[in-house]
Design a binder for this molecule. Structure first.
Ligand code: ZN
Length: 118
């Protein structure tokens, strides 16, 4: 199970572990080029990934704020607020594909990914 989740996070097909989930920097392939399973059968299926990611990001930014607050209390408040905000945006965009891959792996684990024959 952890290998399947890890495969999804590193944008490998959770079914075969060889195909690529992502296509380019932003988009997700419709189907695995190796085993043929569909990553998203219906549009909007990855909404769960977006909701989870958007829910987690503010907590990460808050944790970073407190790390800055306790490790460098003399920093100006504007810096302590802007660093987590910028990190939230950068990390949110940079890891969004990986979170979608993780979501695809979760869908696979719940028996959701199928090929043309299913
Ligand atoms: Zn595959």
């Amino acid at each position: 199970m952890l290998k399947t989740l890890w495969d999804g996070f590193r944008l490998r097909c959770p079914n075969c572990g060889q195909g690529h989930i992502s296509e380019g920097l932003v988009s997700v392939r419709q189907q695995c080029e190796v085993c043929g399973v569909y990553f998203e059968r219906k549009s909007g299926e990855s909404a769960g990934a977006s909701i989870i990611w958007i829910s987690i990001l503010p907590f990460l930014a808050l944790a970073l704020f407190f790390v800055l607050e306790f490790s460098a209390p003399d920093l100006p408040l504007a810096v302590k607020l802007s660093v987590p905000l910028v990190a939230l945006i950068v990390v949110g965009v940079a890891l969004y594909r990986n979170v979608r891959g993780l979501w695809i792996a979760i869908v696979h684990l719940t028996d959701g990914l199928k090929g043309d024959d299913a």
